[in-house]
Ligand binder design. Sequence first.
Ligand code: MRU
Length: 369
Amino acid sequence: MKVDGKSMRTIWPTEDGEAVEIIDQTLLPHRFVICRLTTLDEAAHAISAMQVRGAPLIGATAAYGVYLALRGDASDKALDAACSALLETRPTAVNLRWAVDEMHSHIAPLAVEEREAAAYARATEICDEDVAICRDIGINGLPLIVEAAKSKPESTPVNILTHCNAGWLAAVDWGTALAPIYAAHNEGIIVRVWVDETRPRNQGAALTAWELGQHGVAHSVIVDNAGGHLMQRGQVDMVITGTDRTTSQGDVCNKIGTYLKALAAHDNNVPFYVALPGPTIDWTMSDGIAEIPIEERNGDEVKWISGRTAENQVVAVDVTPKGSPVANPAFDVTPARLVTGLITERGVCVASYEGLAELYPEQAGQKIL
Ligand code: MRU
C-alpha cells in the first residue's frame, strides 16, 4: 500500500541481507520511522514491544527472526532456542506459532551450512504468500461490499465499521479486514469507514486512520462506545474485523472490544464479518472462550495515553488516579454464532467447522478432536 504515494510493505530484508527493516508502529501516526533489526533479540523485542503487531505481521517478523538467529550459529541448538524465544513474545496471535513451526520444519532437516540461506528464502516466501493471501481476501470480500452498495441510494457510501487495525500495517501488505475495503475503494465504490479508536493502545485511531488516510479512503474515527449507537441509527451497513486466532468451530479471538461490537451488530441486524488468512485458523482448538490464551498486557497501557500536543510535542499522560489498579486483557472471543461469515483467501464461509472444513479440507482432516 502507499505511504506518501510510494508503495511499501511493512517488513523487508535489506539488499545485503544484513538486516530486516520494519516500520516502527509504536511511533505512528506522528512519526514515520524505519527501524533496522539485525539480531534475534531485536526481532523478538520488535514483536513484544509492538513495533510490529497484527497477527500476520507478527508471523512474518518471527520468520525473519529465525533467519537472523541462524546467521551467527545455525546449529540445532540455536534453531530450537530461537524458535522458543520467538514463541514466547506474544501468546494470542496463532500466526506466530504457525510461522515458527513452518520455519523449524523447513530448516531442521537441512545440513547446517544450508540453513541460513534456506531460512532467508522461506521467510521471504512467507511474506510473499501473506501478500497474495491478503490480496485474495480482498477479492473475496469485495462482492459483499458491492451487494451492500446496490441496496443504497446512488452516491451514498457503504458504511463499514472496523475495530483495531487489521489493515496492511497488521500484515505484510493489503491487510485482512481492510483488504475488501481497499478493493472496493480501488473499484470506485464509495465507502466510508467507522474506525473504532481501540483503547488501550489506540490501534484504530493511530494506525487504521493513518493508513486509510494515506490511501485516500474516507473514514471517521469514533470512540469505542459509539458503534452501537451508530448501528441503531442505521449508519453502519456492515462490520468487518480481523482476528488473531479463529478456532476450528469458527470462534473468533480479536482485539478487546470486538465481542461488544458483535453483540451490538447482532441486536441491530448488521452483518458482522471477520476476515482472516488460513494461518490464523487454529485447528487444534474448537471452543475459543475456554481454550484461547488471552494476553494480559502491562497496565501502563491503560493508565498512560500518548498523543501530540498543540505545540507538536509527543507526550504521554496518565488518565487514572494515582494508585488505582488497572487490568488490561488484550483480546476477547466472539462466539461463532455472532459471526455472519468468515472472509478468507479461499472464499467466504459460515463460521463453523463445516464451513471452514469445506474451504480447508486438507487442514480439517488433521483436526485434533
Ligand atoms: O495487539 P495487536 O495490535 O497485535 O492486535 C492485533 C490486531 O491488530 C487485531 O486484533 C486485528 O484485528 C487482528 S490481526 C489482523
